[in-house]
Write a protein that binds this ligand. Structure first.
Ligand code: SF4
Length: 276
């Protein structure tokens, strides 16, 4: 399986019914646009439903439990691993009943559930965040008004903000990331979060941390720390937004063939569109 497939967690895209692709921006939309405009078309314009990859389902479950864990820290409640494990099982059952996941069978799903808890246990033991550290924000939903630039608002959800102004995003992955590569791969997402944070607080962020939960036999936690968004990065983000808006208006669904086609959910539709 390609590394990218196991490294993803769906970027939180606050889906707002009846608001189309030109009405708001999100990190996931911009990232998809950067990857392949035709994939963007199938996902956001045609809204073709696809089955959920197991790695994505695991990542979402892990993320949910980390959210509950951080809320408990916010409320200064003691850490309760038994309760968190019960929450994972409850969430899993609830989601599994409604989400069509590409499990290979019941044993595959049971192993995935164990893996998810093993990663969380490792995180609770190895997390760089002190138990008594009070978060500045947990699962913060922010809307950044970009109307002054004549463009739609940017909407997003930030996993965690540590004091002082440190933006944290969680990732689950099959292999340990290279820090420089991780910063590059997630540059668009982090730049979006920086804009959102600045809009919400009126202050620049102090930096970013990516907390990777690695799904090895003995799970590992890798924390990569980066400085605040640079001016060139901010300019690149606005250039990307400009390209996104003009590309959608022109319906320029240009395919970007490459290695990522191997794990594209819309490869069959893409081939048909290209007459292959
Ligand atoms: S198969 Fe490749 S070129 Fe086609 S939509 Fe998917 S990523 Fe884009």
């Amino acid at each position: 399986m390609p590394a990218e497939v196991t490294a993803i967690r769906a970027l939180p895209d606050p889906v707002i019914p009846d608001r189309g692709v030109l009405q708001y921006l999100s990190a996931s939309r911009l990232k998809c646009w950067q990857t392949c405009r035709r994939q963007f078309y199938f996902r956001y314009v045609e809204q073709i439903k696809t089955r959920t990859a197991p790695a994505l389902f695991i990542g979402q479950a892990v993320h949910e439990i980390l959210r509950i864990h951080n809320w408990a820290r916010w409320k200064e409640e003691p850490q309760d691993l038994e309760r968190l494990h019960a929450e994972l099982l409850r969430y899993w059952e609830q989601q599994a009943a409604t989400v069509d996941v590409r499990w290979k069978g019941a044993a595959d799903e049971a192993t995935a559930k164990q893996q998810a808890w093993a990663m969380l246990e490792a995180y609770f033991k190895q997390s760089p965040v002190a138990a008594l550290e009070k978060p500045e924000g947990v699962e913060v939903e922010v809307e950044c008004d970009l109307g002054g630039f004549g463009i739609p608002p940017l909407i997003g959800i930030i996993d965690l903000v540590r004091p002082p102004g440190l933006i944290v995003d969680y990732k689950t992955a099959a292999r340990a990331p290279n820090a420089a590569m991780a910063e590059l791969q997630h540059a668009t997402q982090l730049a979006c979060y920086a804009l959102l944070y600045r809009e919400a607080t009126g202050q620049p962020e102090s930096g970013f941390e990516l907390h990777h939960l690695i799904k090895t036999k003995a799970p590992k936690i890798i924390v990569s720390a980066f400085g605040p968004m640079s001016q060139p990065r901010q300019s690149e983000l606005f250039r990307l937004i400009d390209d996104y808006l003009s590309g959608i208006a022109a319906e320029a669904w240009i395919p970007s063939p490459g290695q990522h086609c191997s794990w594209c959910d819309y490869a069959a539709e893409c081939r048909a569109m290209s007459g292959l």
